[in-house]
Write a protein that binds this ligand. Structure first.
Ligand code: HEC
Ligand code: HEC
Length: 338
């Protein structure tokens, strides 16, 4: 718990009788300048931080499935962290790594556990990168953490980060239109990601040179257990960041286009879930509405969770959560799920 309340603020909270969070520091990542790794001195720490940056930008070249040393093959795709964490993990609303050290360790319902920064890196290693966890004592994990710590310097512990994660907005209240999504894909995305969506390699298969344009699905893409296989996550990512060059301030796609193209993307298989991914969200009520794998606390099908519409799901989940909270508080009895 933070001890940052001023005496006056405590008095105010007591007078109002409500918990106020206005003592919480806030940083606006859309306005802060990102520190420059290349200005770090040429010492051990500087080298480690720069290695962390390089790992984010060219993951495939260091720990990808095609690197020469089999003992260094940790990711299950030739993609890079930067493929999603744009700008070496510094772009606002592209799940920036900036300030991550200020908000971990934190409890994560997805894993039903308290996660540190390195645990969180390994969560993306095992899901987004379809790979295996890095040993905590490895130079690679130390470098990821050193880089993330560097990007978090000066950001107060527990701060609210404006510009973190993805920019949320309300999706259309209708079923998705996959045919429209395909049209958007062909007209706007295929030029870089390929007509087949499999991306464009720099060289050829096996040469560990990775992708110029990453795959959106298929056997060398991310895995189905990653958030990037959830329709609303993809919709939000794409809206603020794609086609490459747009920003969250000036999206190119309309809300309808982003919704439908996201549906078209997730309608294609990626690498199957395996290992720890199968245990994500052990409590069904914690599942995000667009989590495409049951069992669920509500009565909706996997297909509706995958493709929407989400309004009716949100309503039922809210009612179930309220009932569960009431039951826990011992007031009234929880109504049976529909
Ligand atoms: C396919 C896309 C994708 C790739 C590739 C990817 N990530 Fe992520 N990552 C995400 C998304 C999306 C989130 C946002 C949280 C969520 O919904 O899971 C995230 C969240 C994170 C977070 C927590 C951020 C926060 O603000 O809490 C960290 C740390 C992270 N990723 C590290 C990595 C590292 C390191 C790599 C490479 C080894 C990587 N990610 C590769 C998509 C990706
Ligand atoms: C001008 C080329 C270009 C266009 C057009 C483009 N992208 Fe991308 N896209 C990229 C590049 C490059 C990356 C990786 C960014 C990086 O590594 O810095 C990327 C990353 C992605 C990612 C995250 C990584 C992955 O492979 O899952 C998704 C999802 C994505 N693009 C979807 C789309 C969609 C949908 C469209 C069309 C609306 C689109 N892109 C149009 C170049 C493009």
């Amino acid at each position: 718990m933070k001890l940052r309340h001023s005496v006056a603020a405590i008095a105010l909270i007591a007078a109002c009788g409500i918990a106020r969070a206005d003592d919480k520091p806030t940083v606006d990542l859309t306005k802060t300048t990102v520190p420059d790794v290349d200005k770090l001195p040429d010492d051990e720490h500087g080298a480690l931080v720069r290695y962390g940056r390089d790992l984010v930008v060219r993951t495939d070249a260091f720990i990808g499935p095609e690197v020469a040393n089999p003992a260094m093959r940790f990711t299950g795709t030739n993609m890079t962290c930067q493929n999603c964490h744009l700008g070496a993990g510094t772009a606002p609303y592209a799940a920036p790594l900036t300030g991550v050290s200020a908000v971990y360790p934190q409890f994560m319902p997805r894993f039903d556990a308290i996660y540190s920064v390195s645990d969180r890196v390994n969560a993306c290693m095992q899901r987004s990168m379809a790979g295996t966890a890095l040993p905590l004592e490895s130079r690679e994990m130390k470098a990821f953490v050193a880089y993330i710590d560097f990007l978090s310097e000066g950001i107060p512990k527990g701060a609210d980060r404006i510009g973190s994660m993805l920019k949320a907005f309300k999706e259309p209240a209708r079923p998705v239109d996959l045919a429209h999504g395909e049209t958007v894909f062909k007209e706007t995305c295929a030029v870089c990601h390929g007509e087949d969506g499999l991306g464009k390699r720099r060289g050829s298969v096996g040469d560990a040179r990775g992708y110029e344009f990453p795959p959106l699905w298929g056997p060398d893409a991310s895995s189905e257990g990653a958030s990037s296989f959830r329709l609303l996550t993809v919709m939000q990512f794409v809206s603020s960041n794609m086609p490459l060059g747009v920003t969250w301030q000036k999206p190119q796609l309309t809300v309808d286009e982003a919704y439908d193209v996201a549906a078209f993307l997730v309608s294609h298989p990626k690498q199957p879930r395996k290992g720890p991914q199968l245990n994500d969200f052990p409590h069904p009520l914690d599942k995000p509405v667009d989590f495409p794998f049951g069992p669920y606390a509500d009565h909706f099908t996997e297909a509706q969770h995958k493709y929407g519409p989400y309004g009716p799901i949100r309503e039922e989940v809210a009612a179930l959560k309220a009932a569960a909270a009431a039951a826990k508080a011992g007031v009234g009895t929880a109504p049976a799920a529909k």
